[in-house]
Ligand binder design. Sequence first.
Ligand SMILES: [Zn+2]
Ligand SMILES: [Zn+2]
Length: 127
Amino acid sequence: MPWEYFSDDEMRCHCGCKRVEMDPYFMSKLHSLRKLLEFPFLVTSGFRCPEYNEKISSTGTNGPHTTGRAVDIAISGKQAYLLVQYAANFHFLGIGIKQSGPDEKRYVHLDDLSEKEGFPRPRIWSY
Ligand SMILES: [Zn+2]
Ligand SMILES: [Zn+2]
C-alpha cells in the first residue's frame, strides 16, 4: 500500500505474522495530519494482530490497533503538544498520552473509534 509518509514496514504487526492491515480512512486522516504538521511521525506501533494485541495491551484481542485504526507515535515536547492539539481536529476520537519519564519513552496514541464502537472511555487519557 503506497502512503506518502508511511511505509508498510513501520505499520506492520511486530509479532512476526507480517500482517499490515491499516484502515484506508484512518490512514488518510493520519496523512493529512502529518502533512499539516510538517515533522516526521515515528510510528512505534501500527497494525497488531489480535493474538499480539492480547499479549501487550489491556484491550485484549480487540482494540483499535487490531482493526488498523490506531498508531502509537514516539514524540515529546512541543511536537507532542502540536500533535495532540491538531489530532482532535482530524477526527481522531481516542488520544492516549504518555508524556512523563524519559523523552525516548514518550508517545501519543491516536485512534478513531467512535463512542459506539469503543468501550466506554474518555476521548483523551494519559498512560
Ligand atoms: Zn501479529
Ligand atoms: Zn496504541
